[in-house]
Design a binder for this molecule. Sequence first.
Ligand code: ZN
Length: 83
Amino acid sequence: MSHIRDEVVTTRKPHVCLPCGELIIVGSRVTRRVHTDDDNQIQAFYQHDECKAVTDMWSQDDWECSDAGDLDRPVGKEVTHER
Ligand SMILES: [Zn+2]
């Protein structure tokens, strides 16, 4: 896939974090990553801040070799955006 941009969003419905496969609850501030798939279709997925911190270090190969939910969600580094 080809990365287009990242957007920080507040979720209005539940999503599943692509790398770790865990639920992202409504009202979470998470990163929405917009990208193109193999057919050049624009797609987007959501990921926790702590998962993004890991996947930011991934290369294109890492993405292609990983399946959704493969990542162990980093514990103890949860980023909260309480208001
Ligand atoms: Zn996650």
